[in-house]
Each structure stands twice: as structure tokens, then as C-alpha cells.
Ligand binder design. Structure first.
Ligand SMILES: *[C@@H]1O[C@H](CO)[C@@H](O)[C@H](O)[C@H]1NC(C)=O
Ligand SMILES: *[C@@H]1O[C@H](CO)[C@@H](O)[C@H](O)[C@H]1NC(C)=O
Ligand SMILES: *[C@@H]1O[C@H](CO)[C@@H](O)[C@H](O)[C@H]1NC(C)=O
Length: 331
């Protein structure tokens, strides 16, 4: 069966993890976790996943897995949303241009987006009991306010080619990267067992991730419940900006996150759970992981899922300011 061989190729021979592509759903200033209901939110995000995404997403208003009717992700039962900030290039004259995204080489002709991972334990084994997130669950990792990144799960890879892995850095690469920059976000996987969220969207979770998809440490007694290890990889195609004559005269690197961070330390990711029914739990309980019969869709079907933008503003073209900062956003 065609979907089976594709799924096997994507999950790796051991099937100890899920790895799948999610195309771009929307790119705009919305942030239903940190700034719910605010239109527009403070900075631009790139969002993938189910089409129930909107500015508010109040968990009291029901499960998004029952509201979404399509997803940009390969597994049709995954109606979750995942997002990160957006990368811009800052030209010598001070104008900004959004950097395009491209999909992981393994994922076919997807429209931008990200690669999403759910690990049970690590790449080669799935031995421990893992409890699925519950409807309404949400969390963030990293924060725009961080000025020194020490989180082992928040990294960058300077892509020499589309398959480069490893050689991760805590901040933006400082030299041109021939195939672009990969931003990596590993979420924490230890839960307090009670709260679907917390005031800073992080305290209900505890991070034991060591980075590099290695087995994480044991969960502490404050956060005893082991959840799936979610990670995101986003490939930013910087190649059209790699000519050093375009870079600042002092040789510093010209890429900047949409919340105005050119060091990269404030890199952050957001997760809003939305798997249907027990699909994720079933998967995490299966050995191998894909023996649970998750349903897949074609790349064309993934790319066909979209939403109408809520925020009417220019985020592309050459902008005089990053959207949301300064008086003019390049209207
Ligand atoms: C988001 O969608 C829900 C229904 O799913 C709706 O009640 C709410 O008004 C929407 N919020 C915004 C800000 O669009
Ligand atoms: C700024 O520089 C970029 C890249 O060289 C160029 O495309 C753009 O038109 C310039 N903008 C202005 C306002 O001069
Ligand atoms: C990256 O951008 C360059 C320049 O626009 C383009 O030629 C290339 O095909 C892009 N690479 C990918 C993998 O999309």
C-alpha cells in the first residue's frame, strides 16, 4: 500500500518516533496562547496545523480537534497548531524582507511549514509509558525576552546542504549558511499531571531534554507524568541573502526574528494540542509506533488546507519596520 511505504520511510526503520511534515497554515500577527484575543498580536508568527486556529482559542469553548475540518499536517487526526516567530533579513539600508521557508527534503513538495516530531523515548526505542496531552493543553518553550540562551533544546543548524544535521548553536549562525538556517525547538515533556496551561505557559511542564533527540532525563516528582517529546524543525531559506556584500559592513549577521532579535537567543515555539480522540495515546502505546493505523493524507491535501488571514497588513515586500514595531509596517 502506497501510504504505508511512505509512512515507513518517514518514520525510519525502527519506528520509534513520528516525524511528519506540516505545511504553512497562515503567517500573521496572531498569538492565541500568549496574547489571546489580541488582533494583531505583537509579532508575526508562522503557524501550521488545523484550521480551527484563530486569535482566541479559549479552551472553555471546546476541543479544537472537533472544530477543525482540515490540517496542513500529514496525519489527518492531528488538528493541533504549532508555531514559531518568523525570520526576516535586514538589508544595509535598514529595510526588512521575510525569509522564505522550505520543507524537509523527506517531506515532498509541501508549502513551507515545519517538520514535527513526537518521540516516545528516543530515535531507537519506545519503552516507557507516555501519556498523551489532553484537549485544551498548551505550552510554550523559550521566550522573546531571553537574552542568553542556555536551553539545550533550542538550537540552530547552519545548513551546508538540505541534509546537514548536528553542529548546533545556541544563537544565529554568524556566517552565511549555503542551504539556509534550521531552527530547532524541543518542548519539555514532563507534566505536573493537573494543569492544561499555567500563567507563563511553561510552569505546568518541566524540561529534561538534553537536545539532539537523546533520551531525556527522568521526570521530577513535581512534574511526574511523561508526555510525548514534541520537537519542531523549521528550515529558513536564506540563500538569496547570502551575498556578503548585502550583509552589514561590520560583518555581523543580518537575520532577525520578527520580535526584533538578531542574536537569536529569544527563539521560542508554541504548541496547542488538538489530536482527535485517542489517536495520539494509541500511537504512543504502539510498538512500532505506526502500527496503530494513523490516517495520512497527500501533500496536495495538506497544501489545500488554509484559513483566511485575520490581520490585514503587509508582511512581505521590503518593509521599513518589522510588523508591529515602529509607526509604519510598510503598508
Ligand atoms: C475563534 O473561534 C471560535 C469558535 O471556534 C469563536 O467562538 C471565536 O469568536 C473566534 N475568535 C476570534 C477572535 O476570531
Ligand atoms: C533596501 O535594500 C534592498 C536590498 O538591497 C532593496 O531591495 C530595497 O529596495 C531598498 N529599500 C529602500 C527603501 O531603498
Ligand atoms: C532557496 O531559495 C533559492 C533562491 O531563491 C532557490 O533557488 C532554491 O530553490 C530554494 N531552495 C529550496 C530548497 O527551496
Amino acid at each position: 500500500m502506497k501510504w504505508l511505504s511512505l509512512a515507513l520511510a518517514m518514520a525510519g526503520s525502527s519506528e520509534a518516533y513520528l516525524r511528519f511534515g506540516c505545511g504553512t497554515l497562515t503567517v500573521e500577527r496572531l498569538d492565541p496562547i500568549v496574547e489571546p484575543g489580541k488582533v494583531p498580536s505583537s509579532h508575526v508568527h508562522q503557524i501550521v496545523g488545523g484550521n480551527a486556529f484563530n486569535a482566541s482559542m479559549d479552551p472553555a469553548k471546546g476541543d479544537i480537534a472537533n472544530k477543525a475540518t482540515c490540517t496542513t499536517c500529514q496525519f489527518t487526526e492531528d488538528l493541533s497548531n504549532y508555531w514559531t516567530a518568523v525570520m526576516y533579513f535586514r538589508a544595509r539600508n535598514g529595510s526588512y524582507k521575510r525569509v522564505p521557508q522550505y520543507p524537509n527534503a523527506l517531506l515532498g513538495n509541501l508549502n513551507g511549514g515545519m517538520t514535527v516530531y513526537y518521540l516516545q523515548q528516543d530515535f531507537n526505542s519506545n519503552k516507557q509509558k507516555v501519556t498523551s496531552f489532553k484537549p485544551g493543553f498548551r505550552m510554550t518553550v523559550g521566550s522573546p525576552g531571553v537574552t542568553k540562551n542556555t536551553h539545550p533544546g533550542l538550537r540552530y543548524t547552519c545548513l551546508q546542504d538540505i541534509m546537514t544535521r548536528g553542529s548546533e548553536t545556541y544563537d544565529f549562525p554568524t556566517k552565511p549558511c549555503p542551504a539556509g538556517i534550521m531552527a530547532i525547538h524541543h518542548f519539555p515533556a514532563c507534566w505536573d499531571g493537573k494543569n492544561l496551561d499555567s500563567p507563563n505557559h511553561q510552569d505546568h511542564m518541566y524540561n529534561t531534554v538534553k537536545g539532539g533527540f537523546m533520551p531525556a532525563g527522568a521526570c521530577p516528582s513535581s512534574h511526574p507524568v511523561r508526555m510525548p517529546q514534541v520537537a519542531l524543525e523549521t528550515m529558513w531559506n536564506t540563500t538569496m541573502f547570502n551575498d556578503k556584500s548585502l550583509w552589514p559592513a561590520d560583518g555581523s549577521q543580518p537575520f532577525v526574528w520578527s520580535y526584533d532579535d538578531s542574536k537569536g537567543s529569544g527563539t521560542h515555539g508554541d504548541y496547542l494540542f488538538g489530536w482527535k480522540g485517542d489517536a495520539l495515546q494509541r500511537t504512543m502505546d504502539s510498538t512500532p509506533l505506526l502500527s496503530n493505523g494513523l490516517k495520512t493524507q497527500s501533500v496536495a491535501q495538506q497544501n489545500a488546507c488554509s484559513i483566511k488571514p485575520t490581520v490585514k497588513e503587509e508582511i512581505d515586500g521590503w518593509l521599513t519596520h518589522l510588523p508591529g514595531s515602529g509607526s509604519m509596517s510598510g503598508m
